[in-house]
Write a protein that binds this ligand. Structure first.
Ligand SMILES: Cc1cc2nc3c(=O)[nH]c(=O)nc-3n(C[C@H](O)[C@H](O)[C@H](O)COP(=O)(O)O)c2cc1C
Length: 351
């Protein structure tokens, strides 16, 4: 794995500079095949989702490795420390999660790398963010590094504090991203490790934040990152509000909050973090279900959202499954953390 679980988030960022140097963008298909996406051109309908390697030299290497949509790891407008390591672990999960077993399933963490097609992770970082000046410079560097055919999507999060409301915190993070050079903004309404602050149920608040962020970053397109949900009525109401707020795209799904135990049957990240986000192989079917649902609604209601399909890509053809389920573009996090050069074989076979 390209993330060292024994080291801090900051130490890991330092390590990314040592990744292999290799530019696969010369292998992209010819420009006439590129697709329009929210006013940009994408060389491939494939990208990398927000995760701890999409920052610093990590995101710039991933740009070289051929991904077309680069999602910068969720930022806040102010510095926020990551939890102490470990924040990431493999899971031994041979079964797919289904909507009706999310509550009772407890997965087991393991030190061993599962077979690549079954790779699964659990994580709990706490939406860490480095100092705003560092972030601004890093986003600008990343933007300068991208070439035609690539788009920089920056994920943002806001939390109320003594001197700022949650609304203002979201808007400040989005402005930081825009001023630094983001091509589009992704509002993270679905971090699985901050459950007490999940407020997607409060639709009035969600609408206000979405609308103010859209206004603050105009003309940049804004997407919202959603969590898995299997309640069609609730999904429809939520999407309706997003459309009304001027949101242009939906990213889904985020990792799925679950109880993951270690070999001693204790919560893998300790008792203060009993729930952590599950990603990779086990969430494959949930992601496909959710993308199918929202894509269908999007067509019926004519909202015009672009859909960024995320979740459970462990092999190259999983990108196609998300696209066939209705996503306009497909992104991966877990499999890319395991193997940042996930696209190499595909791109080199296009010759
Ligand atoms: C270690 C790790 C950290 C993540 N951090 C973020 C984050 O900061 N913001 C975010 O929106 N999603 C985050 N995600 C969720 C991913 O973007 C993605 O939605 C989820 O992992 C499902 O995709 P996957 O199965 O390809 O990993 C993270 C995922 C992982 C594995």
């Amino acid at each position: 794995m390209y993330y060292n679980i024994d080291q801090t988030f900051e130490q890991n960022i330092e390590n990314y500079r040592h990744w292999p140097i290799c530019d696969l963008r010369s292998q992209w298909p010819e420009v006439s095949t590129w697709q329009d996406f929210l006013g940009y051109k994408l060389a491939l309908p494939i990208g990398v989702a927000a995760c701890p390697i999409t920052i610093g030299e990590g995101i710039r290497h991933l740009a070289n490795y051929g991904f077309s949509i680069l999602t910068y790891k969720t930022i806040r407008h102010t510095q926020y420390k990551a939890y102490q390591p470990p924040n990431l672990s493999y899971i031994n999960a041979k079964d797919l999660l289904m909507p009706n077993n999310l509550q009772q399933t407890w997965l087991t963490a393991t030190n061993f790398l599962p077979n690549a097609a079954e790779i699964a992770l659990t994580n709990s970082f706490g939406n860490a963010s480095l100092a705003p000046d560092w972030i601004a410079q890093d986003i600008a560097l990343t933007k300068a590094h991208l070439i035609s055919g690539q788009v920089l999507n920056v994920s943002v999060y806001g939390e109320a504090s003594t001197d700022m409301s949650q609304l203002d915190a979201f808007v400040a993070a989005a402005r930081l991203a825009k001023n630094a050079g983001a091509d589009m903004i992704e509002i993270n309404f679905s971090c699985p490790n901050l459950q007490e602050q999940l407020f997607i149920a409060d639709l009035a608040q969600v609408f206000t934040i979405a609308k103010k962020v859209v206004q603050a970053v105009t003309p940049l397109p804004v997407s919202i990152k959603m969590a898995f949900d299997d309640n069609p009525a609730r999904i429809k109401l939520t999407l309706q509000e997003f459309a009304r707020a001027g949101i242009r795209a939906i990213s889904a799904i985020n990792s799925v909050p679950m109880k993951v135990l270690n070999m001693q049957a204790q919560p893998v990240f300790g008792n203060s973090r009993k729930v952590s986000g599950v990603s990779g192989f086990p969430i494959k079917q949930l992601a496909l279900n959710f993308i199918e649902t929202i894509s269908h609604m999007n067509q019926q209601q004519q909202w015009g959202f672009k859909i960024l399909g995320i979740g459970g890509v462990t092999e190259f053809n999983d990108f196609d499954k998300l696209l066939n389920a209705g996503a306009d573009v497909a992104l991966s996090a877990t499999a890319v953390i395991q193997n940042p050069m996930l696209l190499k074989n595909h791109l080199c076979s296009l010759d």
